[in-house]
Design a protein around this ligand. Structure first.
Ligand SMILES: Cc1ncc(COP(=O)(O)O)c(C=O)c1O
Length: 407
Protein backbone atom coordinates (compact mmCIF):
# COMPACT_ATOMS: atom_id res chain seq x y z
CA UNK A 1 0.00 0.00 0.00
CA UNK A 2 1.43 3.37 -0.96
CA UNK A 3 2.22 5.58 1.96
CA UNK A 4 0.67 8.89 0.91
CA UNK A 5 2.12 10.63 3.94
CA UNK A 6 5.34 11.03 1.98
CA UNK A 7 3.44 13.41 -0.28
CA UNK A 8 2.65 15.74 2.64
CA UNK A 9 5.82 17.23 4.17
CA UNK A 10 3.88 18.94 6.96
CA UNK A 11 2.89 15.57 8.43
CA UNK A 12 6.54 15.09 9.48
CA UNK A 13 6.32 18.09 11.80
CA UNK A 14 6.78 17.73 15.53
CA UNK A 15 4.78 19.92 17.92
CA UNK A 16 5.61 20.11 21.61
CA UNK A 17 8.15 17.36 21.10
CA UNK A 18 5.57 14.98 19.60
CA UNK A 19 5.04 13.98 16.00
CA UNK A 20 2.03 15.86 14.73
CA UNK A 21 -1.24 13.96 14.36
CA UNK A 22 -3.47 16.04 12.17
CA UNK A 23 -7.14 15.15 12.64
CA UNK A 24 -8.67 18.38 11.36
CA UNK A 25 -8.85 17.95 7.61
CA UNK A 26 -12.54 18.94 7.58
CA UNK A 27 -11.40 22.43 8.64
CA UNK A 28 -8.64 22.51 6.07
CA UNK A 29 -6.71 19.69 4.45
CA UNK A 30 -2.94 19.64 4.08
CA UNK A 31 -1.28 20.28 0.71
CA UNK A 32 0.68 17.61 -1.14
CA UNK A 33 4.06 18.34 -2.73
CA UNK A 34 2.53 18.05 -6.19
CA UNK A 35 0.33 21.06 -5.40
CA UNK A 36 3.18 23.07 -3.89
CA UNK A 37 5.40 22.32 -6.90
CA UNK A 38 2.70 23.35 -9.36
CA UNK A 39 2.33 26.68 -7.55
CA UNK A 40 6.10 27.18 -7.47
CA UNK A 41 6.32 26.53 -11.21
CA UNK A 42 3.47 28.94 -11.88
CA UNK A 43 5.01 31.68 -9.74
CA UNK A 44 8.50 31.23 -11.15
CA UNK A 45 7.67 30.70 -14.80
CA UNK A 46 4.14 31.76 -15.64
CA UNK A 47 3.00 34.60 -13.41
CA UNK A 48 1.29 37.49 -15.16
CA UNK A 49 -2.20 38.93 -15.01
CA UNK A 50 -4.48 36.66 -17.05
CA UNK A 51 -6.72 38.15 -19.75
CA UNK A 52 -4.96 41.49 -19.41
CA UNK A 53 -2.06 41.42 -21.80
CA UNK A 54 -0.62 39.89 -24.93
CA UNK A 55 2.89 39.45 -23.60
CA UNK A 56 4.26 36.01 -22.82
CA UNK A 57 3.70 35.93 -19.08
CA UNK A 58 0.15 37.23 -19.27
CA UNK A 59 -0.57 34.60 -21.91
CA UNK A 60 1.01 31.86 -19.81
CA UNK A 61 -1.05 32.95 -16.82
CA UNK A 62 -4.19 32.93 -18.98
CA UNK A 63 -3.39 29.40 -20.11
CA UNK A 64 -2.82 28.20 -16.54
CA UNK A 65 -6.03 29.89 -15.40
CA UNK A 66 -8.11 28.40 -18.23
CA UNK A 67 -6.56 24.95 -17.77
CA UNK A 68 -7.55 24.94 -14.10
CA UNK A 69 -11.14 25.86 -14.98
CA UNK A 70 -11.30 22.99 -17.45
CA UNK A 71 -10.03 20.60 -14.77
CA UNK A 72 -12.73 21.78 -12.35
CA UNK A 73 -15.39 21.41 -15.04
CA UNK A 74 -14.38 17.80 -15.69
CA UNK A 75 -13.87 17.06 -11.99
CA UNK A 76 -17.51 17.80 -11.15
CA UNK A 77 -19.01 16.77 -14.49
CA UNK A 78 -20.29 20.21 -15.52
CA UNK A 79 -21.35 20.62 -19.14
CA UNK A 80 -19.23 23.69 -19.86
CA UNK A 81 -16.50 25.87 -18.38
CA UNK A 82 -19.07 28.70 -18.52
CA UNK A 83 -20.71 27.00 -15.55
CA UNK A 84 -17.58 27.20 -13.37
CA UNK A 85 -17.16 30.48 -11.47
CA UNK A 86 -14.10 30.99 -9.31
CA UNK A 87 -14.74 32.63 -5.95
CA UNK A 88 -12.67 33.14 -2.83
CA UNK A 89 -14.26 30.17 -1.04
CA UNK A 90 -17.53 28.23 -0.66
CA UNK A 91 -18.94 31.03 1.50
CA UNK A 92 -18.51 33.60 -1.25
CA UNK A 93 -20.04 31.19 -3.77
CA UNK A 94 -23.17 30.87 -1.60
CA UNK A 95 -23.32 34.64 -1.18
CA UNK A 96 -23.06 35.04 -4.94
CA UNK A 97 -26.18 32.90 -5.42
CA UNK A 98 -27.93 34.68 -2.56
CA UNK A 99 -27.31 38.18 -3.86
CA UNK A 100 -27.35 37.60 -7.61
CA UNK A 101 -30.14 35.04 -7.76
CA UNK A 102 -32.25 34.88 -4.63
CA UNK A 103 -32.48 38.59 -3.94
CA UNK A 104 -33.86 39.21 -7.43
CA UNK A 105 -36.25 36.26 -7.62
CA UNK A 106 -37.68 35.81 -4.11
CA UNK A 107 -40.60 37.67 -2.58
CA UNK A 108 -42.52 37.57 0.68
CA UNK A 109 -44.83 34.93 -0.85
CA UNK A 110 -41.95 32.48 -1.11
CA UNK A 111 -40.03 30.23 1.20
CA UNK A 112 -36.43 29.11 1.41
CA UNK A 113 -35.93 25.60 2.76
CA UNK A 114 -32.64 24.59 4.37
CA UNK A 115 -31.58 21.92 6.87
CA UNK A 116 -30.77 22.50 10.51
CA UNK A 117 -27.34 20.98 9.84
CA UNK A 118 -26.10 23.78 7.59
CA UNK A 119 -22.78 25.46 8.18
CA UNK A 120 -23.30 29.15 9.01
CA UNK A 121 -22.17 29.93 5.46
CA UNK A 122 -25.29 28.22 4.14
CA UNK A 123 -27.56 29.42 6.92
CA UNK A 124 -26.80 33.01 7.94
CA UNK A 125 -26.74 33.94 4.26
CA UNK A 126 -30.31 32.66 3.79
CA UNK A 127 -31.46 34.35 6.99
CA UNK A 128 -30.30 37.63 5.47
CA UNK A 129 -32.03 36.93 2.17
CA UNK A 130 -35.21 36.01 4.05
CA UNK A 131 -34.97 39.30 5.94
CA UNK A 132 -34.39 41.35 2.80
CA UNK A 133 -37.09 39.68 0.66
CA UNK A 134 -39.64 38.80 3.34
CA UNK A 135 -39.46 35.14 2.30
CA UNK A 136 -39.96 32.57 5.05
CA UNK A 137 -36.98 30.47 6.15
CA UNK A 138 -38.08 26.88 6.82
CA UNK A 139 -35.90 24.16 8.37
CA UNK A 140 -35.73 20.43 7.74
CA UNK A 141 -34.56 18.66 10.92
CA UNK A 142 -32.30 15.65 11.40
CA UNK A 143 -33.19 12.53 13.39
CA UNK A 144 -31.41 11.35 16.54
CA UNK A 145 -28.67 9.70 14.44
CA UNK A 146 -28.05 12.98 12.60
CA UNK A 147 -29.59 11.83 9.33
CA UNK A 148 -32.18 13.71 7.30
CA UNK A 149 -35.45 11.70 7.25
CA UNK A 150 -37.16 11.79 3.84
CA UNK A 151 -40.37 12.83 5.60
CA UNK A 152 -38.73 16.24 6.22
CA UNK A 153 -38.66 16.80 2.47
CA UNK A 154 -42.43 17.34 2.63
CA UNK A 155 -41.61 20.84 3.84
CA UNK A 156 -40.54 21.58 0.28
CA UNK A 157 -43.83 22.77 -1.24
CA UNK A 158 -45.34 25.05 -3.89
CA UNK A 159 -44.23 28.15 -1.96
CA UNK A 160 -40.59 26.99 -2.00
CA UNK A 161 -38.39 28.86 -4.44
CA UNK A 162 -35.02 27.79 -3.14
CA UNK A 163 -33.62 24.82 -1.25
CA UNK A 164 -30.08 24.92 0.19
CA UNK A 165 -28.71 21.67 1.56
CA UNK A 166 -25.35 20.35 2.59
CA UNK A 167 -24.00 17.30 0.77
CA UNK A 168 -22.16 16.14 3.87
CA UNK A 169 -22.46 17.67 7.34
CA UNK A 170 -19.26 19.12 8.77
CA UNK A 171 -20.45 18.21 12.28
CA UNK A 172 -22.42 14.99 11.98
CA UNK A 173 -20.49 13.45 9.12
CA UNK A 174 -23.79 12.29 7.63
CA UNK A 175 -24.20 12.35 3.88
CA UNK A 176 -27.55 13.89 3.02
CA UNK A 177 -30.01 12.50 0.46
CA UNK A 178 -29.28 15.25 -2.05
CA UNK A 179 -30.74 13.39 -5.04
CA UNK A 180 -34.10 13.14 -3.29
CA UNK A 181 -33.89 16.78 -2.17
CA UNK A 182 -33.16 17.93 -5.73
CA UNK A 183 -35.94 15.78 -7.19
CA UNK A 184 -38.48 17.06 -4.69
CA UNK A 185 -37.41 20.69 -5.18
CA UNK A 186 -37.69 20.40 -8.95
CA UNK A 187 -41.16 18.86 -8.66
CA UNK A 188 -42.36 22.12 -7.10
CA UNK A 189 -40.27 24.33 -9.40
CA UNK A 190 -37.67 25.36 -6.79
CA UNK A 191 -33.96 25.79 -7.43
CA UNK A 192 -31.43 23.87 -5.35
CA UNK A 193 -28.02 24.81 -4.03
CA UNK A 194 -25.88 21.96 -2.69
CA UNK A 195 -23.03 22.82 -0.32
CA UNK A 196 -20.34 20.35 -1.29
CA UNK A 197 -17.55 21.76 0.90
CA UNK A 198 -17.24 18.51 2.89
CA UNK A 199 -18.13 16.17 0.03
CA UNK A 200 -15.75 16.95 -2.83
CA UNK A 201 -12.54 15.82 -1.07
CA UNK A 202 -14.05 12.41 -0.37
CA UNK A 203 -16.32 11.26 -3.17
CA UNK A 204 -16.78 11.70 -6.90
CA UNK A 205 -19.39 14.37 -7.63
CA UNK A 206 -21.24 14.76 -10.90
CA UNK A 207 -23.38 17.89 -10.93
CA UNK A 208 -24.91 17.04 -14.28
CA UNK A 209 -26.20 13.66 -13.11
CA UNK A 210 -27.17 15.13 -9.76
CA UNK A 211 -29.12 17.84 -11.62
CA UNK A 212 -28.57 20.47 -8.90
CA UNK A 213 -28.87 24.10 -9.99
CA UNK A 214 -25.90 25.31 -7.94
CA UNK A 215 -23.04 23.45 -6.24
CA UNK A 216 -20.35 25.12 -4.15
CA UNK A 217 -17.06 24.09 -2.57
CA UNK A 218 -13.72 25.41 -1.29
CA UNK A 219 -10.33 24.37 -2.63
CA UNK A 220 -8.57 24.38 0.72
CA UNK A 221 -10.56 21.40 2.00
CA UNK A 222 -9.54 19.39 -1.07
CA UNK A 223 -5.76 19.84 -0.97
CA UNK A 224 -5.34 23.19 -2.75
CA UNK A 225 -4.14 26.47 -1.27
CA UNK A 226 -6.60 28.71 0.53
CA UNK A 227 -8.24 31.52 -1.40
CA UNK A 228 -10.13 29.66 -4.10
CA UNK A 229 -13.68 28.38 -4.12
CA UNK A 230 -16.02 27.27 -6.86
CA UNK A 231 -19.58 28.04 -7.78
CA UNK A 232 -21.10 25.67 -10.28
CA UNK A 233 -24.36 26.96 -11.75
CA UNK A 234 -26.48 25.77 -14.65
CA UNK A 235 -25.64 27.96 -17.62
CA UNK A 236 -29.23 29.00 -18.34
CA UNK A 237 -29.64 30.21 -14.74
CA UNK A 238 -26.29 32.00 -14.57
CA UNK A 239 -27.09 33.75 -17.87
CA UNK A 240 -30.14 35.34 -16.29
CA UNK A 241 -28.36 36.46 -13.11
CA UNK A 242 -26.88 39.91 -12.56
CA UNK A 243 -23.19 40.18 -11.58
CA UNK A 244 -22.34 40.01 -7.90
CA UNK A 245 -19.21 42.17 -7.93
CA UNK A 246 -18.40 44.91 -10.41
CA UNK A 247 -15.06 46.03 -11.86
CA UNK A 248 -12.33 44.91 -14.21
CA UNK A 249 -12.60 41.86 -16.49
CA UNK A 250 -16.32 41.34 -15.91
CA UNK A 251 -17.26 43.96 -18.49
CA UNK A 252 -17.76 44.05 -22.23
CA UNK A 253 -18.22 47.78 -22.93
CA UNK A 254 -18.17 50.57 -20.37
CA UNK A 255 -19.71 53.99 -21.05
CA UNK A 256 -19.97 56.95 -18.75
CA UNK A 257 -23.41 55.96 -17.48
CA UNK A 258 -23.75 52.27 -18.30
CA UNK A 259 -21.94 49.01 -18.87
CA UNK A 260 -22.56 45.78 -20.71
CA UNK A 261 -21.16 42.71 -19.06
CA UNK A 262 -18.72 40.04 -20.17
CA UNK A 263 -19.91 36.55 -21.04
CA UNK A 264 -19.92 33.63 -18.61
CA UNK A 265 -18.02 32.79 -16.52
CA UNK A 266 -16.14 36.13 -16.46
CA UNK A 267 -19.31 38.13 -15.71
CA UNK A 268 -19.01 36.86 -12.15
CA UNK A 269 -15.25 37.24 -11.73
CA UNK A 270 -14.56 40.92 -11.14
CA UNK A 271 -10.97 42.00 -10.55
CA UNK A 272 -7.78 39.98 -10.49
CA UNK A 273 -8.38 36.45 -9.30
CA UNK A 274 -6.21 34.38 -6.95
CA UNK A 275 -4.51 32.66 -9.85
CA UNK A 276 -1.88 30.91 -7.70
CA UNK A 277 -4.67 29.32 -5.70
CA UNK A 278 -6.65 28.48 -8.81
CA UNK A 279 -3.58 26.79 -10.31
CA UNK A 280 -3.16 24.90 -7.04
CA UNK A 281 -6.76 23.71 -7.28
CA UNK A 282 -6.06 22.31 -10.74
CA UNK A 283 -3.01 20.50 -9.35
CA UNK A 284 -5.06 19.21 -6.39
CA UNK A 285 -7.59 17.75 -8.81
CA UNK A 286 -4.79 15.98 -10.72
CA UNK A 287 -3.48 14.67 -7.42
CA UNK A 288 -6.92 13.43 -6.29
CA UNK A 289 -7.33 11.58 -9.58
CA UNK A 290 -3.91 10.03 -9.09
CA UNK A 291 -4.81 8.76 -5.61
CA UNK A 292 -8.28 7.75 -6.83
CA UNK A 293 -11.61 8.13 -5.08
CA UNK A 294 -12.06 4.40 -4.59
CA UNK A 295 -8.76 4.28 -2.74
CA UNK A 296 -9.61 7.43 -0.77
CA UNK A 297 -13.00 6.03 0.18
CA UNK A 298 -11.60 2.67 1.32
CA UNK A 299 -8.88 4.25 3.46
CA UNK A 300 -11.10 6.90 5.02
CA UNK A 301 -13.96 4.51 5.73
CA UNK A 302 -11.61 1.97 7.32
CA UNK A 303 -10.32 4.71 9.63
CA UNK A 304 -13.82 5.95 10.42
CA UNK A 305 -15.04 2.44 11.20
CA UNK A 306 -12.06 1.79 13.44
CA UNK A 307 -12.38 5.14 15.22
CA UNK A 308 -16.12 4.67 15.82
CA UNK A 309 -15.46 1.20 17.28
CA UNK A 310 -12.63 2.36 19.51
CA UNK A 311 -14.41 5.51 20.69
CA UNK A 312 -17.55 3.53 21.51
CA UNK A 313 -15.47 1.50 23.98
CA UNK A 314 -14.95 4.66 26.06
CA UNK A 315 -18.02 5.07 28.27
CA UNK A 316 -17.38 8.80 28.73
CA UNK A 317 -17.50 9.52 24.99
CA UNK A 318 -20.77 10.41 23.26
CA UNK A 319 -20.78 10.47 19.47
CA UNK A 320 -22.67 13.36 17.87
CA UNK A 321 -23.86 11.88 14.58
CA UNK A 322 -24.36 8.45 13.04
CA UNK A 323 -22.62 5.60 14.88
CA UNK A 324 -22.55 3.32 11.83
CA UNK A 325 -21.07 3.77 8.38
CA UNK A 326 -24.26 4.07 6.33
CA UNK A 327 -24.26 7.35 4.39
CA UNK A 328 -21.48 8.70 6.51
CA UNK A 329 -18.14 10.35 5.88
CA UNK A 330 -14.86 10.64 7.76
CA UNK A 331 -15.92 13.24 10.33
CA UNK A 332 -16.58 12.19 13.92
CA UNK A 333 -17.86 14.70 16.45
CA UNK A 334 -18.04 13.72 20.08
CA UNK A 335 -18.32 15.01 23.62
CA UNK A 336 -16.17 13.92 26.54
CA UNK A 337 -18.27 13.69 29.67
CA UNK A 338 -17.26 16.33 32.21
CA UNK A 339 -14.68 18.03 29.98
CA UNK A 340 -15.26 21.12 27.84
CA UNK A 341 -14.25 20.57 24.17
CA UNK A 342 -11.73 23.42 24.39
CA UNK A 343 -9.97 21.60 27.23
CA UNK A 344 -10.14 18.37 25.22
CA UNK A 345 -8.53 20.08 22.26
CA UNK A 346 -5.84 21.84 24.32
CA UNK A 347 -4.86 18.73 26.23
CA UNK A 348 -4.81 16.60 23.06
CA UNK A 349 -2.61 19.21 21.42
CA UNK A 350 -0.16 18.72 24.23
CA UNK A 351 0.24 15.18 22.89
CA UNK A 352 0.51 16.36 19.30
CA UNK A 353 -3.08 15.49 18.40
CA UNK A 354 -4.98 18.24 16.56
CA UNK A 355 -8.78 18.10 16.71
CA UNK A 356 -11.31 20.89 16.32
CA UNK A 357 -13.42 22.10 19.24
CA UNK A 358 -16.42 24.38 19.55
CA UNK A 359 -19.66 24.90 17.65
CA UNK A 360 -18.13 24.15 14.25
CA UNK A 361 -19.95 27.07 12.61
CA UNK A 362 -23.24 25.26 13.17
CA UNK A 363 -24.77 26.83 16.28
CA UNK A 364 -28.43 26.13 15.37
CA UNK A 365 -27.60 22.44 14.85
CA UNK A 366 -25.84 22.10 18.19
CA UNK A 367 -28.66 23.94 19.95
CA UNK A 368 -31.18 21.61 18.28
CA UNK A 369 -29.18 18.58 19.42
CA UNK A 370 -28.85 20.12 22.87
CA UNK A 371 -25.07 19.90 22.67
CA UNK A 372 -23.36 23.07 23.86
CA UNK A 373 -20.12 22.38 21.99
CA UNK A 374 -18.22 19.30 20.86
CA UNK A 375 -14.88 18.03 19.66
CA UNK A 376 -14.37 16.80 16.13
CA UNK A 377 -11.82 14.44 14.63
CA UNK A 378 -11.82 14.40 10.85
CA UNK A 379 -9.78 12.10 8.67
CA UNK A 380 -8.18 12.20 5.27
CA UNK A 381 -6.62 9.30 3.39
CA UNK A 382 -3.21 10.31 4.81
CA UNK A 383 -4.25 9.46 8.37
CA UNK A 384 -3.41 6.11 9.92
CA UNK A 385 -4.83 3.58 12.35
CA UNK A 386 -1.95 4.43 14.71
CA UNK A 387 -3.17 8.03 14.75
CA UNK A 388 -6.65 6.86 15.74
CA UNK A 389 -5.01 4.81 18.53
CA UNK A 390 -3.18 7.94 19.69
CA UNK A 391 -6.44 9.89 19.76
CA UNK A 392 -8.16 7.21 21.84
CA UNK A 393 -5.23 6.73 24.20
CA UNK A 394 -4.88 10.45 24.77
CA UNK A 395 -8.60 10.88 25.42
CA UNK A 396 -7.95 8.72 28.47
CA UNK A 397 -5.20 11.21 29.35
CA UNK A 398 -7.68 14.08 28.93
CA UNK A 399 -9.98 12.46 31.50
CA UNK A 400 -7.08 11.72 33.82
CA UNK A 401 -5.69 15.27 33.64
CA UNK A 402 -9.16 16.63 34.38
CA UNK A 403 -9.38 14.48 37.48
CA UNK A 404 -11.65 11.68 36.28
CA UNK A 405 -11.10 7.95 36.09
CA UNK A 406 -10.74 6.70 32.54
CA UNK A 407 -13.70 4.31 32.44
C1 LIG B 1 -20.22 22.21 5.08
C2 LIG B 1 -19.44 23.49 4.96
N1 LIG B 1 -19.92 24.48 4.19
C3 LIG B 1 -19.27 25.63 4.03
C4 LIG B 1 -18.07 25.85 4.66
C5 LIG B 1 -17.39 27.16 4.46
O1 LIG B 1 -16.17 26.99 3.83
P1 LIG B 1 -15.21 28.25 3.63
O2 LIG B 1 -14.92 28.78 4.99
O3 LIG B 1 -14.01 27.68 2.94
O4 LIG B 1 -15.96 29.21 2.79
C6 LIG B 1 -17.52 24.86 5.46
C7 LIG B 1 -16.26 25.07 6.20
O5 LIG B 1 -15.98 24.45 7.18
C8 LIG B 1 -18.22 23.64 5.61
O6 LIG B 1 -17.75 22.65 6.38
Amino acid sequence: MKNYREDFPILDLHVKGKKIIYLDSAATSQRPLAVLEAVEKYVQEENGNPHRGSHTLSLRATEAFDAARLKVQKFIGAKSTKEIIFTKNATEAINLVAYSYALDYLTKEDQIVITIAEHHANLVTWQQIARKTGAKLVYMYVDDQGRLPLKELEKINERTKLVACTHMSNVLGSIFPVSEVIKKAHEVGAKVLIDGAQAVPHMPVNVDEMDCDFYVFSGHKMYSLMGVGVLYGKEEILEKMQPFLYGGDMIEYVYEQETSFNELPYKFEAGTQGVESIVSLGAAIDYLHQVGFQNIHEREMALTKYALEELSKLSYIHIVGPTDLTNRGAVISFTVEGVHPHDVSMILDHYGVGVRAGHHCAQPLLRYLDVHACSRASFAFYNTKEEVDALVKNLDEVRRVMGYGTK
